[in-house]
Design a protein around this ligand. Sequence first.
Ligand code: PDD
Length: 301
Amino acid sequence: MSDHLLQSEPPPKGMPLPRVAYVNGRYVAHRDAMVHVEDRGYQFADGVYEVCEVRGGRPVDERRHIDRLDRSLRELRITWPISRRALGVVVRETIRRNRVRYGIVYLQISRGVAPRDHAFPPAGTPSSLVVTAKSLDAAGNEAMAAAGIAVITVPENRWPRVDIKSISLLPNVLAKQAAREASAREAWFVDPSGHVTEGSSTNAWIVTRDGKLVTRPADHSILRGVTRTVLLEVIAAQGLTFDERPFTVEEAYVAREAFVTSASQIVMPVVSIDGRPVGNGAPGLVASALRRDFHRHAEIG
Ligand code: PDD
């Protein structure tokens, strides 16, 4: 292990703690954390990322997130910047230096820094690695889950490989902004056949009138959410019926419940879609029970 992973201790408890980011081998003040203008992440959005929840100061489902990161890197032929084991050390150290108890850790790897040229840089160009961690407002998140969120629907306009967790997120950015402007928290993409693919940063679920959970199969048309994967175990443990198939917007309008899943929101009830109330317009019992039990099934390391 290289010694840049073992730098000085953070200030003692009680001292003001500036945020710290890991950038290409160094822990630096977050406000000065920068990548080169010719970083391919900046020039071409040529990179991948992961977001892990942090609970009790520990990353949640890290193994699955790093497995997915490895898959994204392989699909795009980007090399690992450091070993998988070293990345685990950096993740923990970044959480520790920022004293995050509850929040998220963000990892981004790009194809590195090289003179601008669309084709890959010369072999041996090191890929870039950035890791940041930030605290989230647990009470605020719980209040949001207790109230539920509104979603809108927008046409699917992303590339056909959204199973890769790429940092190229322009359609997602525009969709999320459209949601904000409609006083909603999330936008669901709808494919040309009228079926929901997923949210701009979440997977989409409904509970049908007869109590079946429905979410789209994890093919190339959605990101295989780690939260989605773990939730399948929670669903099995609760003895619920699960139907993995695409669902239409019309089905969602008349569903008993709807919710979204992601590492930062876990299970977030949806109480309105395109301005129409879902069920009785309040968070559903199924979504709330899944949210309550989720962390019994997650790996917290
Ligand atoms: N978003 N679909 C999309 C398009 C996403 O961006 C995400 C995650 C998910 C859910 O994946 P997971 O359960 O592994 O978090 C589905 C992260 C949180 C983000 O971009 O911030």
